[in-house]
Write a protein that binds this ligand. Structure first.
Ligand SMILES: [Fe+2]
Ligand SMILES: [Fe+2]
Length: 267
């Protein structure tokens, strides 16, 4: 059984020290096989924030898999944003913006959905393009049948009713079709600072809240998710910050059927 900790939207610069210490304690107890971080490592892409993020990443003892979010692009320094948008990311975090990781149990493919410029006024809105969809498909092409197929992208492919004022990711329909064809099981993301799981076109969309920052959505404490299972069954557990530590607040169970991933009640 694979155990994955999914954390997101750490927003160094707006991080909460006690929560960071609580997360490290939880990860130490959990000993996950992998820690997935789905973007927005920093608040304003400042050098000091990237340095703090780098120090945090060095504390992680397990393998990690990290992609950028829209906050990891410089917001005010337009020269940096347009001329060398990912220089700090590559210096402090990772040289690869779209990592892949494969074990006997799973394959994870990262997609960078943050954009320097958008067609809409909302530049925080992310996008996935056809080349990236093909990238996911090609990476998953020769994966063994029993290998869990995971895509990690910062922006949402599905939103709950309470968050419909936020934008869905651009290129969503083509991506969902492409992912479905590629046999994707899980689409992991962040951005809305809200934790939820939703079956969608046979796949599961799962978002983590902001794990460490004080940029909390109304009524949403800091949180992260724990994913346990394999390509037949998955348990998705939501962990919430309760003042002194992270506590489990719910577990949802899913099984893969001929029609895709479906919820079931564990007896
Ligand atoms: Fe965020
Ligand atoms: Fe974001």
């Amino acid at each position: 059984m694979t155990v994955i900790a999914h954390i997101s939207d750490l927003h160094f610069g707006r991080d909460l020290q006690p929560v960071t210490e609580g997360l490290l304690a939880s990860l130490d107890a959990l000993q996950p096989d992998l820690i997935i971080i789905s973007g927005d490592l920093t608040q304003r892409a400042k050098t000091s924030e990237f340095a703090a993020g780098q120090a945090f990443l060095r504390h992680l003892e397990q393998p990690r898999f990290i992609i950028p979010g829209n906050h990891d692009l410089a917001a005010w320094n337009l020269l940096e944003r347009f001329a060398y948008p990912w220089r700090k990311w590559k210096r402090y975090v990772a040289t690869d913006l779209e990592p892949i990781m494969q074990t006997d149990a799973f394959m994870a493919v990262g997609v960078n959905t943050a954009r320097r410029l958008g067609l809409s006024l909302d530049w925080s809105r992310g996008r996935i393009n056809r080349k990236q969809i093909r990238y996911v498909q090609e990476m998953l092409q020769h994966v063994p049948e029993d290998c869990l197929r995971i895509v990690v992208a910062h922006h949402p492919f599905w939103l709950p009713d309470s968050s419909l004022s936020r934008s869905l990711i651009g290129g969503r329909e083509a991506a969902l079709q492409g992912f479905h064809t590629a046999g994707v099981d899980l689409i992991l993301g962040g951005h809305v600072h809200l934790a939820y799981v939703q079956p969608l076109e046979g796949m599961l969309v799962s978002h983590a809240g902001t794990t460490l920052s004080n940029r909390l959505a109304p009524g949403q404490p800091n949180s992260f998710n724990v994913i346990r299972g394999d390509r037949n069954r998955l348990a998705l557990e939501q962990m919430e910050w309760r003042g002194t530590g992270f506590e489990s607040i719910q577990r949802q169970f899913f099984q893969r059927t001929a029609g895709g991933w479906q919820p079931y009640d564990e007896v």
